[in-house]
Design a protein. Sequence first.
Length: 460
Amino acid sequence: MSARSRLIVVANRLPVHRVKRASGSGWETSPGGLVSALAPMLREREGAWVGWPGYAGEAPRPFEHERMSLIPVGLSRSDLDGFYLGFSNATLWPLYHDAVRYPEYHRRWWAPYVDVNNRFAKITARHVADGDLVWVQDYQLQLVPLMLRQRKPGVRIGFFLHIPFPPVELFAQLPWRQQLLEGLLGADVVGFQTKVGAQNFVRAARRFAGARGHEGLLEHRGRRIQVRHFPISIDYAAIDSAARRPEVAQAAAEIRKHTAGGRKLLLGVDRLDYTKGIDLRLRAFETLLERYENSNDVACFVQIAVPSREHSPEYADMRTRIEQLVGHINGTYSERGLTPVHYLYRNIPFDELLAYYLAADAMVVTPLRDGMNLVAKEYVATRFDNAGALVLSEFAGAAQELKQAIQVNPHDVDGIAAALDQALTMPQDEIERRMRSMRSRVRRHDVYAWASSFVEAMAS
Ligand code: G6P
């Protein structure tokens, strides 16, 4: 039956964004693994994607884009304040990331969260029929599974959380914990990035929503719910082959020549987010510069920070702090035309990003907490030369799979500094051995494997 069922994806964002052209505005497919994995599935199953078009105001009518049916959900300025910037990004986001920032609990944000989730469920319900598979994505839409089930009991519903599910001791703080759990338990399959995430959810569902059972299978209000981990991945083959093009090697050589200038190159690539640990990572690099004689001749750090959620004060503060730190390090250690930290605050075209990955002697991925971290996997897929070390936070979901990375506690500045040193001095044959084995893991577990295993679980 699964080959015939239609697949409807419900996510906060549509897989396209609006672009202004001389001829008027149009739509472009957004970059990213989720979109590239799901687009072919949607075409094959004549599905649709329900989501917000990315700007405040009335939604356009449903439309087709590159053979995908898109169903926009409109969000007003005030929906965005309460639902998106408020409850999603200032309550749930910090709470689910180990409360690395204090989560704010406001009743005035909960109401729009319920309201917008209801709107998504209502619009989705209009476009689905019995037997369809509906796959709801991420923390912005945790109430949708139950809201949709109440309207359409004949559809199969899956939910996947892209970010961590926190330990029950933290989750317990949430004044609306029971409603969120009931919302998720409306699905047939609830998926997480890691085994620990699935276990945390099971504990919370038993304690606060009266569910019974264990990881694997829960029972709630006479229904059975599969609860498992499905680690998300990237399009390995596409990245591997894109990275092998001579233009990428040439761009990487330029970066090494002009930016690194004979020094080793350490690289960080992140959305500018306080969960990513960019500040502590830069302090660790500063520690390295302090500690080692002539270390400015040895290594430089390139930090690419992709602008994100710029309307949120927390994100604006973080940006200021990071930029001050970069200024401080460069002010202290620049000499003879050598700048220790190269900081880029912008979106980087994917080809250019591949060139940076390929130019790096070590990639430094040190989030304080991260659902998966696809940058680490993209880096691995790029390194067809098997060169390049990876320093990886033990608190990223990816650490469960990339065991051969140099793993670090991202809160331990001296520990990160030692890991950077280890990456810079590791014998080439050991770097290669580790990279080969990480590549083989990511090759076998790519984003297509991820998406099909989830859809199979939903259909079974
Ligand atoms: C994380 C979340 C996604 C989100 C993305 C970008 O990866 O898991 O759901 O779309 O960040 O954040 P934004 O708030 O711009 O959608």
